[in-house]
Design a protein around this ligand. Structure first.
Ligand code: UD1
Ligand code: MG
Length: 458
């Protein structure tokens, strides 16, 4: 007996009021469906999980094409029971089937493991939860001995049933043989005229099949997303879990409610992260780093002892130890900065290598450049890397000194130890260890007179 996994993701999700299928909406930078798929991929099953798709299905398949799943189409969305029915020809009669809904994205592996292990092999297992506000969810009906009798959808429920706080999460483990026997017999005589998967509980009870239930470790794991308010609630819960995990691992978060991790964050020890930091993609932060407030990091590798001051935007870059970046620096893709470099305020760097101990402190643009070590680049310096058609490279040798407000017109090589006079426009290579200037000589016009302002008539 092995485990088959089925994820239902064919519904439109009308309450999202969106052109995008509900399961493609993002939570922490990843679609709802991808969350469920990545959770179940942790189970070592012999077959890929089956995803039932339908509404705008080609978009769903395309967006998640990189994942190892088997896709089954449900051409008409006639209900959750009808959706599971579409998968049965792919499932061995002897398997147990773990069923999940694509709009319940936060379920934890540990809770699923408990459901699978604690449900007897011949029984049906359901994850249920007691919610203070069970609105719109299916209610769990138990008899006087607390045995589950059925699941009733809110739209079909009596007043008394609606008062029940225990809800169906939409996550079950069910022997495939039961699904094969009962799903084809379901009817759609209910308020929504749908074939409800939940109706098999009643059938199982009549056949004296035991129904086992498990509670999630954390109640928010079973939170289903049907509208954007619920999406925002789930996002906050998820972010809080990440923040708590980071703090437990020894990261100082000045405000755990103001960190957003929309990807993977790997952090060393004694790291401090200030408020309003956003992490996207894969970010690695080394030991003793300090990340200033309002900073955005996407696919960044930081070595140890780096200080990122407030308001920096850093993307697809690698920064070596003891660098100081910002405030207000923008480091763009393809940038590699060596140890102990200082990148100051209002500096933009793109696709460039910056050598060790180099200083670029104020107001500038460095694009497609290879800058050596111990270089000083004065305020207002820009590389003119684009001629309107092509991008060109600027090479600056070790120990060069670029005077303030220089324009470096690429392709260009500035030799080792070269000095460029302030305000120069450098169009040709500048030799090593020499002063190169291009600005016209300063002169004073002796017979010049300042124009007098006319007095305003009163
Ligand atoms: C369902 C459950 C309800 C439970 C709730 C938990 C049923 C009948 N009801 O209600 O008891 O409390 O989830 O969130 O199962 N789907 C398909 N094909 C369809 C219909 C739905 O693939 O024809 C998918 C949807 O994409 C979604 C999931 O199944 O991922 C659940 O469907 P939804 O319409 O959201 O059901 P709920 O009304 O939330
Ligand atoms: Mg739902």
């Amino acid at each position: 007996m092995s485990l088959s996994i089925v994820i239902l993701a064919a519904g439109q999700g009308k309450r999202m009021r969106s052109e995008l299928p509900k399961v493609l909406h993002h939570l922490a930078g990843k679609s709802l469906l991808e969350h469920v798929i990545t959770t179940v991929l942790e189970f070592n099953t012999s077959q890929n999980p089956i995803v039932v798709y339908g509404h705008q299905g080609s978009m769903v398949r395309e967006k998640l094409s990189a994942l190892d799943v088997n896709w089954v189409e449900q051409t008409e969305q006639l209900g959750t029971g009808h959706a599971v029915l579409q998968t049965l020809s792919r499932i061995d009669e002897k398997d147990r089937v773990l069923i999940l809904y694509g709009d319940v994205p936060l379920i934890a592996t540990e809770t699923l493991e408990r459901l699978i292990n604690n449900t007897p092999k011949n029984a049906i297992g359901i994850i249920t939860a007691e919610l203070p506000n069970p609105e719109r969810l299916g209610r769990i009906i138990r008899d006087a001995s607390q045995n589950i009798q059925s699941i009733v959808e809110e739209k079909d429920a009596t007043e008394a049933e609606r008062a029940i706080k225990e809800i169906n999460s939409g996550i079950y483990v069910i022997p495939a043989s039961y699904l094969k026997k009962w799903l084809p017999t379901l009817t759609n005589q209910n308020a929504q005229q749908e074939y409800y998967l939940t109706d098999i509980i009643k059938l199982a009870v009549s056949a004296h099949i035991p129904i086992h239930s498990e509670k999630p470790t954390h109640i928010d794991e079973v939170f289903g997303i049907n509208d954007r308010l619920q999406l925002a609630h789930a996002e906050r819960f998820y972010q809080r879990m990440i923040a708590e995990k980071l703090m437990r691992e020894g990261v100082t978060l000045y405000d755990p409610n103001r960190l957003d991790v929309r990807g993977e964050l790997i952090v060393g020890h004694d790291v401090i992260i200030d408020a309003n930091v956003i992490i996207e993609g894969r970010v690695i932060i080394g030991n003793y780093c300090v990340i200033g407030p309002n900073t955005f990091l996407r696919n960044v590798i930081l070595s140890d002892n780096i200080e990122i001051k407030a308001n920096c935007y850093i993307e697809d870059a690698e920064i070596a130890e003891y660098c100081v970046i910002g405030p207000f620096a923008r480091i763009r893709p393809g940038t590699i900065i060596a140890a102990n470099a200082h990148i100051g305020n209002f500096i933009e760097i793109k696709n460039s290598r910056v050598g060790a101990d180099t200083k670029i402190h104020h107001l500038g643009y460095i694009g497609d450049s290879d800058i050596g070590h111990h270089v000083n680049i004065g305020a207002g310096t820009i590389t003119c890397n684009y001629d309107g058609v092509h991008k060109h490279k600027t090479i600056i040798g070790n120990h060069a000194f670029i005077g303030s407000n220089s324009e470096l017109v690429a392709p260009l090589t500035i030799g080792e130890g070269a000095v460029i006079g302030a305000g120069s426009t450098i169009r040709h290579d500048a030799p090593a260890h020499k002063l190169t200037v291009s600005s016209p000589h300063q002169r004073t016009i002796d017979d010049w007179q300042k124009k007098a302002k006319k007095q305003k008539e009163k």
